[in-house]
Design a protein around this ligand. Structure first.
Ligand code: CA
Length: 221
């Protein structure tokens, strides 16, 4: 037995999926359609989807934010885990990707719980303050352009309730975070800084899990 985390072989991952994930027909369809896109790797994995849904249930979350919708998998699993009066504010700038998302949200019957904001997320987040919504969100998922992770975090944090969770995806960045800082790779640099910052940020308590491409859970104090 080793004290380091098991590197999952494809067989072991399939076993994990088999004993822990129940992916609906709609989610499977969405995964299949997204797989045709050249950006398919931007989609979260089924085990991440189950994990997000699990967290939403445990938190008894009602108000949630999805920063970086892509083709809508994360918004769908979160919306599905929310109570009837729950909401996902889904932020993205791509009409093409969110058109796919909306098709599957409607198929899953969760459209009424998702408010799509087709605009730069930072602008949408600003609007939430104008609407008097600071301190009201239970759960946020940050999974958009890595260069802006810190800005998203800073904009999201004041909207969160104490005890809420901010989840950030891709924080291990396929291992590139180990590379020496290279000013040409702005995404890697941004993630290196972001991870160090979260570790020391007194406003949150953060754990980093090696789930897929690395995911951090920041609990708002
Ligand atoms: Ca991601």
């Amino acid at each position: 037995m080793s004290s380091s985390t098991i590197g999952l072989s494809e067989d072991l991952r399939q076993y994990l999926l088999g004993v822990s994930c129940r992916e609906s027909k709609t989610l499977k369809g969405l995964r299949k359609e997204t797989f045709q896109l050249k950006e398919a790797q931007m989609q979260i994995s089924p085990e991440q989807g189950s994990f997000l849904a699990f967290l939403v249930k445990v938190l008894r979350a009602k108000k949630t934010l999805d920063i970086g919708v892509f083709t809508g998998y994360s918004s769908l699993v979160v919306a599905d885990a929310l109570p009837d009066d729950g909401v996902v504010i889904a932020c993205d700038t791509s009409e093409e990707w969110t058109n796919i998302a909306q098709k599957y949200w409607s198929e899953a019957g969760v459209n009424n719980k998702i408010r799509l904001e087709l605009a730069p997320a930072l602008r949408t987040l600003d609007k939430l303050i104008e609407n008097g919504e600071p301190g009201t969100f239970d759960f946020s998922f940050i999974d958009a352009d890595k260069i802006n992770y810190d800005s998203y975090f800073e904009e999201v944090l004041p909207k969160m309730k104490v005890g809420g969770l901010i989840i950030s995806d891709n924080v291990l960045w396929s291992g590139k975070v180990l590379e020496k800082v290279n000013s040409k790779d702005l995404s890697t640099m941004a993630l290196q800084k972001y991870n160090e910052k979260l570790k020391n940020d007194p406003r949150v308590k953060t754990v980093l899990l090696p789930l897929r491409d690395g995911i951090t859970l920041s609990w708002v104090r």
